[in-house]
Write a protein that binds this ligand. Structure first.
Ligand SMILES: *[C@@H]1O[C@H](CO)[C@@H](O)[C@H](O)[C@H]1NC(C)=O
Length: 252
């Protein structure tokens, strides 16, 4: 019984999707660059810059959510040993600022299904709920509440890595990963309501983390990178699964 109902829902959804997007062309959404353009890297850089407002609003035709703020449901950070040994969970994370990117470099290598980019971001601001327990540089920390952090003068390095997939006589870039890594010049990290709301202890811990932000960020970075990578991979897949390479990068 349930199986039948499930099938009906899937068929209906497919029909609706088909109806929604069947006429959608890549050129309706993106500035299109010729594959043989000798200035292909620059053209793609401009195309990404022109995409900025759409990255902010999301692209409903592709069911693509906004990346600014970017919503990350949950990140768990468990660090068993070392200077920062904590068990922490951050939920309902909103990351603001990614569309203030200033693209420094784009390298498009369509033969190898790879695009590398480097960008500078004035800041990335995160707020979320958290729970934490453990030690930071020998000091015990515990609590739960809301938190914010501001990472300033951020460098973002991204690589879209894929491989060829042929479907219905067309070649697509099947995206394996949109790997993203951030480096920061400074981080302000603040956890509200530490130690069951004990203000004196909480303020002291926040001051302590402010002076030792490098050690804290170093431990958090792999998890932050991975969370952003997974969101960006999902989003970029929506573009590369939908449009063939001949449509995105026509041979002019
Ligand atoms: C984060 O830092 C940047 C750069 O210093 C600043 O412009 C911005 O206002 C800060 N954001 C918040 C919400 O504090």
């Amino acid at each position: 019984m349930h199986r039948h109902r499930g099938t009906a829902v899937i068929v209906l959804t497919t029909l609706l999707l088909y109806h929604d997007t069947t006429a959608l062309k890549a050129s309706d959404l993106f500035h299109i660059c010729n594959r043989n353009d000798p200035q292909l890297n620059n053209c793609v850089k401009e195309a990404i810059e022109q995409l900025r407002p759409k990255l902010k609003s999301g692209i409903p035709q592709l069911k693509m959510p906004s990346v600014d703020p970017m919503f990350i449901p949950k990140v768990r950070l468990v660090q068993g040993s070392g200077p920062v040994s904590i068990d922490s969970t951050f939920t309902d994370i909103y990351v603001t600022g990614i569309t203030n990117f200033d693209i420094k470099q784009v390298t498009v290598d369509l033969d190898n299904y790879r695009v590398d980019l480097q960008m500078a971001l004035p800041y990335l601001y995160l707020n979320s709920d958290y729970t934490i327990q453990g030690r930071i540089l020998a000091l015990p920390i515990s609590g739960s509440g809301d938190s914010w952090s501001n990472y300033t003068v951020v460098t973002g390095t991204g690589s879209l890595i894929g491989h060829k997939e042929s479907r219905d006589g067309k070649d697509y870039m099947k995206l394996d990963q949109f790997k993203f890594s951030v480096d920061v010049a400074h981080a302000d990290i603040h956890l509200n309501n530490l130690f069951n709301g004990n203000k004196e202890l909480g303020d002291a811990m926040n001051r302590f983390m402010r002076s030792n932000w490098e050690a804290v960020f170093k431990e958090m970075k792999p998890v932050v990178d991975e969370a952003i990578t997974s969101i960006l991979t999902d989003i970029a897949r929506k573009v590369f699964d939908r449009f063939s390479l001949a449509e995105l990068f026509p041979v002019g």
